[in-house]
Design a binder for this molecule. Structure first.
Ligand code: SF4
Length: 347
């Protein structure tokens, strides 16, 4: 059964495979970068980022030697900035030598079982099966597995089955094949099962369960946050804050922020203590709402209001806390997509 599954899959792959540029390499560094980028973006968009990234950081040494700010700048727009920070820290940690063993690759910061298996198989042709969203979908449908893919038990079942099915002679080819099969043929919504080489033996197709598999137990909860950003102009300069907490956008820059648990009208928000800590009493002469936007992240919705302020007197402790920069230098600072869009349209 395993051999037949792998054979059909590889046969399908030879006919339908995507021509992805990073497949033409067995350099573990390049594979690592491409896999991390592709975890969060579509192939077409990811390719442009990949090209730019490896042009600037073509190897471990160049990435390790870079400033984190610059690495984040090259990541800007991709989201999940902790992945860029992890790449950078991992590059520093290996002293110029990419590990070869699965266990050692798994120890790299930000590398999980999927990425370690991808690097081991694509770079070194080691027999490690990748298990990503595509693989969960294909296996759960074909074998009719209704164990949730995000449960501990489900993960073990799928990992073990994926390993059993893996073609141990050509693991790279097999892994590429099953991921492409999931991405192109056994797609999340309305796969065209009538042209599928597995249709006669596919459990889901023959039991009318294609749309109900795979099963997930936890629906991700989404939280709402309310951000009030302050644009304070000061003779061609503005103020930026570097986010340093363990939170979204760590180490990226943004306008001074007042955050609230609830939506606030302008009168409420200028009465907040944080606001009073920036400006001396009665010093704000004008508050103007420039933009209101809703920014959706994977587990959060950010409601962001951008206010431009004119003030006669800003408190000294505020000035020392933030970075004052000329607007012409804004390009040098890594920022979130939310901030980038605002700067593009309102500065
Ligand atoms: S028959 Fe449909 S559900 Fe089954 S493996 Fe093929 S595409 Fe997926």
């Amino acid at each position: 059964m395993e051999k037949e599954f792998a054979r059909l899959l590889i046969e399908w792959y030879h006919e339908h495979k995507r021509d992805l540029p990073w497949r033409n390499t067995n350099d573990p560094y390049l594979i690592w970068i491409s896999e991390i980028i592709l975890q969060q973006t579509r192939v077409a968009q990811g390719y442009a980022y990949y090209q730019r990234f490896i042009e600037r950081f073509p190897n471990l040494e160049s990435l390790a030697a870079a400033e984190e700010n610059e690495v984040l700048k090259y990541w800007q727009g991709l989201g999940y900035y902790s992945r860029a920070r992890n790449l950078h820290q991992a590059a520093i940690s290996v002293n110029g030598v990419f590990p070869v063993k699965y266990e050692d690759i798994l120890k790299l910061k930000g590398v999980g079982t999927y990425t370690a298996a991808a690097i081991c198989s694509f770079a070194y042709n080691q027999p490690h099966a990748v298990v990503d969203g595509n693989v969960y979908r294909v296996l759960s449908r074909f074998f009719g597995i209704n164990e949730p893919i995000d449960s501990g038990k489900g993960k073990k079942i799928f990992a073990s089955l994926a390993h059993d099915l893996l073609d141990k002679i050509q693991p790279a080819l097999y892994n590429q094949a099953i991921m492409d099969f999931g991405a192109l043929q056994c797609t999340p919504l309305s796969p065209d099962c009538t042209v599928c080489p597995f249709k006669n033996r596919c459990f889901a197709f023959n039991h009318n369960m294609v749309s109900s598999l795979p099963i997930k137990q936890n629906k991700t909860k989404t939280s709402e946050r309310f951000f009030y950003y302050l644009l304070i102009r000061d003779n061609g300069n503005i103020y930026l804050n570097k986010r340093t907490e363990n939170d979204i956008w760590k180490n990226l820059y943004e306008l001074p922020l007042i955050e609230s648990n609830t939506a606030l009208a302008v009168d409420d928000f200028i009465r907040k203590q944080e606001f009073a800590s920036i400006f001396k009493e009665n010093s704000v002469v004008n508050v103007r709402l420039l933009n209101k936007t809703k920014h959706v992240l994977s587990h959060r919705i950010i409601y962001a209001d951008f206010y431009e302020l004119e003030a006669q007197d800003i408190k000294m402790d505020f000035l020392s806390k933030y970075t004052r920069l000329n607007m012409a230098d804004l390009e040098l600072y890594p920022v979130s997509r939310l901030m980038h869009n605002f700067f593009e349209n309102f500065l």
